[in-house]
Design a protein around this ligand. Structure first.
Ligand SMILES: Cc1cc2nc3c(=O)[nH]c(=O)nc-3n(C[C@H](O)[C@H](O)[C@H](O)COP(=O)(O)O)c2cc1C
Length: 169
């Protein structure tokens, strides 16, 4: 097994997936995504995150209706909401972003599809989420990640741009 090749291949093949089949994701696989999320680095190792795994279609449909940039929640069976506690760390949204990227990459490696859909910093999106699930006051949702099996093939984007690299030698 060439781990280096596999990791790089996952990084380079990850893409946002917004169309999903009806197939449900097992609890073991959802938990594996969360383990990947919690393996992320965090400032001062504070780990100021909480993860809500929503597998309730009624709640997902409601949020799809109310969140204009997360309409794909209507067509998926699961979503992970990555939340952070600003009382625990000023870096909460950075730490939670690292956790999110780990989840997106783990999903790609597992043949699952996902997309980062933003909640923070939009007050109205945060309110919609807080209205639909019970979250403690000091905890802020950073994003909602729909998780499912991809329907069709979505293309990855090639973003390599050497003009953005500045070699200092
Ligand atoms: C901070 C952040 C916020 C995003 N918010 C949304 C969103 O609200 N809705 C959505 O459909 N995609 C959202 N995306 C996904 C981007 O549109 C996507 O990553 C970008 O178009 C690049 O495509 P790729 O992920 O396939 O490489 C977001 C991505 C990031 C990093």
């Amino acid at each position: 097994m060439n781990t280096k090749k596999e990791v790089l291949s996952t990084i380079f093949s990850r893409k946002s997936v917004r169309n999903f089949t009806d197939k449900k994701v097992s609890k073991e696989d959802l938990e594996l995504l969360l383990k990947a999320g919690m393996a992320a680095p965090s400032g001062k190792d504070r780990r100021p995150w909480d993860f809500f795994v929503i597998s309730n279609k009624e709640i997902l449909d409601k949020m799809a209706e109310e969140l204009p940039f997360a309409k794909m929640l209507k067509n998926v069976n699961h979503a992970i909401i990555v939340c952070g506690d600003s009382d625990k760390s000023d870096y909460w949204f950075l730490d939670c972003s690292a956790a999110t990227q780990n989840i997106l990459l783990a999903a790609e490696a597992m043949g699952l599809g996902s997309t980062w859909t933003a909640a923070y910093p939009y007050r109205e999106r945060i309110e919609v989420i807080k209205k639909n699930i019970e979250i403690q006051k000091n905890i802020t949702p950073l994003n909602i990640i729909p998780i499912g099996y991809p329907k069709g093939i979505e293309e990855r984007k090639d973003k390599w741009d050497p003009s953005r690299v500045h070699w200092v030698e």
